[in-house]
Design a protein around this ligand. Structure first.
Ligand code: BMP
Length: 243
């Protein structure tokens, strides 16, 4: 069963490099108003060890994603994922470009959610991932991954690729997470109004003077973009009805 709910939210990227700041922010976000999740990145893990996952787990009830951007052979990718799940992660992030044998091996662990990277936020992604991303998203979707990463910095790609997710039951249950908000130039809501579910925000939250308030503010900004969009759709629909 998928651990992370498919509904609009903010995934706070924990790329700070000390355990105390991470635990403090995990506790703060636990009480924040909105739908939040925590993504633990390699800088934090490298500086503090895998134990940081368990420590953050003890500090919060929010979903925890281990962002190892795992891209190794199936045996090693599954081993890294298992260590992360055992430490308390609800989800792991792996690369899709390494091949479906890797994705299958990690999914078959049934240790928690599996999120696969399809396209990334940086320019190199256009050169290397874009040419194969349609195939990648169709293939991971057929395997039944829980989530995919699409770039908030390219909302047109979020819109296009989200349309390729499918499942037998009609609308896909696979959630989309999109980094690139603020520090990399995207605005809150850019990805979600185009089909994403979670916007990933790192520096704009953990480097702010009041990270909890900033996280709540960004979440509200995303919601108002969505409400505005729904309002537009509604007014177009009622305009259409009058014709
Ligand atoms: P920031 O908001 O500080 O730019 O952080 C973005 C976060 O999202 C980082 O943890 C980074 O590893 C991650 N990320 C990204 O920026 N682009 C991608 O394509 C995929 C990512 O996971």
């Amino acid at each position: 069963m998928t651990q992370i709910k498919k509904r609009p939210g903010i995934m706070a990227a924990f790329d700070m490099e000390d355990a105390a700041s991470a635990i403090w922010l995990a506790e703060e976000l636990n009480g924040a108003k909105g739908n939040f999740a925590i993504k633990i990145g390699r800088p934090l893990e490298m500086q503090t060890g895998k134990e940081i996952i368990s420590k953050v787990r003890d500090a919060t009830d929010l979903p925890i994603i281990y962002d190892g951007k795992i891209a190794d052979i199936p045996y090693i990718s599954a081993k890294i994922s298992e260590i992360a799940y055992d430490a308390g992660a609800d989800a792991v992030i792996i690369h899709a470009f390494v091949g479906m044998d890797v994705v299958r091996e990690v999914v078959n662990l049934r240790g928690g959610d599996v999120i696969t990277v399809i396209e990334m936020t940086h320019p190199g992604s256009v050169e290397c991932l874009e040419p194969m991303s349609e195939t990648l998203i169709r293939n991971v979707s057929a395997i039944g991954v829980d989530g995919v990463v699409l770039p908030a910095t390219r909302p047109d790609r979020v819109k296009h690729l989200s349309g390729l997710l499918s499942c037998d039951c009609g609308e896909s249950e696979t959630y989309i997470i999109s980094p690139g908000i603020h520090a990399q130039g995207a605005a809150p809501g850019d990805a979600i109004v185009n089909g994403s579910d979670y916007e990933v925000v790192g520096r704009a939250i953990y480097q702010s003077d009041d990270p909890k308030s900033e996280a709540e503010r960004i979440y509200q900004e995303v919601l108002s973009r969505l409400e505005k969009l729904e309002g537009l759709v509604e007014s177009e629909r009622s305009g259409g009805d009058r014709k």
